[in-house]
Design a protein around this ligand. Structure first.
Ligand code: GLV
Ligand code: MN
Ligand code: MN
Length: 470
């Protein structure tokens, strides 16, 4: 076991360097101070700041500019952001991230489906790397911080460490995951599921199409990923990373309400998603009499209400369910819906309880189809993932980083899913949260203050530094 002091002393040294480095020349020293030191014969660095731990040199303004620039690659007008997998704006965003990685001196590679990796080789490059990262795809009409913080913030954390003169022992790697959001192909965390080597997921992707009937493979090839059919080449072995840490906005209100700048995530809730189709006879909205109808739209409406009931019946505040997609065919005011399509998202920190809800939703779909004489033409569980727990040694590294930076923190669970949920299958994992305005996320009002972002980047930088020397 390494004692706290043996870690704390080198970090104190690193941080002393960090706080003055960004504004100055390559060797990290203010030339004026150098001259004065030479003249007086003793170092005066400690007088620059009384508390070097609180003055890590995050380039807050530069980072804000990057958030804005990346947000401009959007299919919807500002302040909303829409960046869908393999769209033109997604490709532009990818190019932007690769360029930032290169500017930070990272060696960049992409795998078959476009997970992007930027590596800083440490003193012992053969050791398993410490990795960090998140996603930059954005659901329709969302904000500019979800996921993006964990990518831009990670690159800036590397910059902070580099400017400090810190040299990692293990390599440090920034990852931009492909399509954490399920928007285009209905499957979340495409990139991290594949990296985790989930074979059923790779099989599913081979036959997956979007709502324009464009196959996953064709979409990836159009975005430049010609090797996409070699999906297994993206699988990573367990042990490829010694640790994975993801920085993210909280997406909930707790940190802001309690005025706590840092959340340390101990577990991620278990998500499931389901696709359902009902089919009826349709017909004329005026002429078909009510007793003769088998309305697929009403079946969908009844199932949506059943989802809410089953979730509330669990009696736990941790159980949630949402019908985020409800399409009716043919979609004319004077035509009885002949087809309906629902996509249901349900989650819980307790996997068993979540599974009970999924089963009850299935039973309701069957009984509604029976009662309304509509066909249940699809009930497909797209994913039903277990929850994940963070690893104690990474939690400890994040906690001690927050403490050394004088930033209060709170241990908490993540109700949203993240690529960390799947990275946990191949690497020890934990997450760092920062507060966001009113907990808003997945809407244009999503906002994290420059101060919150800066705090998060500092904690991430220090956590990575600690992990890279372990
Ligand atoms: C991630 O975007 C989620 O829906 O939790
Ligand atoms: Mn999201
Ligand atoms: Mn996210």
């Amino acid at each position: 076991m390494i004692s706290r002091f043996s870690i704390a002393l080198p970090f104190c040294f690193i941080l002393c360097l960090i706080h003055v480095s960004s504004a100055y020349e390559d060797d990290g020293k203010d030339p004026t101070i150098k001259t004065m030191e030479a003249f007086s014969g003793y170092p005066i660095h400690e007088h620059v700041s009384p508390d070097p731990l609180s003055s890590l040199s995050v380039d807050t303004q530069g980072l804000q500019k990057q958030f804005d620039e990346l947000a401009s690659f959007s299919d919807s007008p500002a302040p909303s952001v829409t960046r869908i997998l393999y769209s033109e704006n997604d490709v532009l965003g990818r190019r932007y991230i690769k360029n930032l990685m290169s500017l930070s001196g990272l060696s960049v590679r992409e795998d078959a489906i476009g997970n992007i990796f930027g590596r800083w080789n440490g003193d012992e490059p053969e050791l398993a790397a410490v990795s960090t990262g998140s996603h930059t795809d954005a659901i329709p009409y969302s904000g500019k911080y979800d996921g993006v913080l964990g990518v831009l913030g990670a690159i800036e954390a590397i910059n902070v460490l580099k400017r400090s003169g810190f040299k990692p022992k293990r390599p440090l790697e920034v990852i931009m995951f492909t399509s954490e959001e399920p928007t285009r192909f209905g499957i979340s965390c495409l990139g991290s599921r594949l990296m985790a080597g989930i074979k059923e997921h790779a099989e599913l992707l081979k036959n997956t199409v979007d709502n324009q009937n464009i196959s996953f493979f064709d979409a990836a090839k159009a975005a430049g990923y010609s090797n996409v059919e070699n999906l297994s080449s993206a699988f990573l072995n367990k042990g490829s990373y010694s640790a994975f840490v993801e920085l993210h906005i909280e997406q909930g209100p707790i940190l802001e309400e309690e005025a706590i700048p840092i959340g340390v995530v101990t577990a991620i809730a278990a998500p499931a998603s389901i696709k359902v189709d009902f089919e009826g006879n349709g017909g004329h909205a005026g002429a078909a009499l009510m007793p003769t109808r088998n309305d697929a739209g009403l079946a969908a409406a009844e199932l949506a209400l059943a989802v809410e009931k089953h979730v509330l019946d669990s009696g736990s505040i941790d159980t949630v369910g949402t019908v985020g997609i409800l399409d009716l065919h043919p979609g004319a005011i004077n035509s009885i819906p002949s087809k309906s399509h629902l996509e249901i998202d349900t989650r819980d920190i307790d996997e068993k309880r979540r599974n009970t809800v999924v089963e009850k939703i299935h039973q309701s779909a069957l009984s509604i189809s029976n009662k309304r004489r509509v066909m249940l033409s699809q009930f497909k569980i797209i994913n039903q993932d277990p929850p994940a727990s963070s690893e104690e040694f990474i939690i400890k590294a994040a906690e001690s980083s927050a403490r050394e930076l004088n930033l209060p923190y709170k241990k908490m669970i993540s109700r949203a899913y993240h690529d960390s949920l799947f990275m946990a299958r191949i690497s020890p994992m934990a997450m760092i949260f920062v507060p966001c305005y009113k907990g808003y996320s997945h809407k244009p009002e999503e906002y994290a203050s420059p101060e919150a972002i800066t705090d998060g980047v500092k904690v991430l930088a220090l956590t990575l530094a600690k992990l890279s020397t372990q």
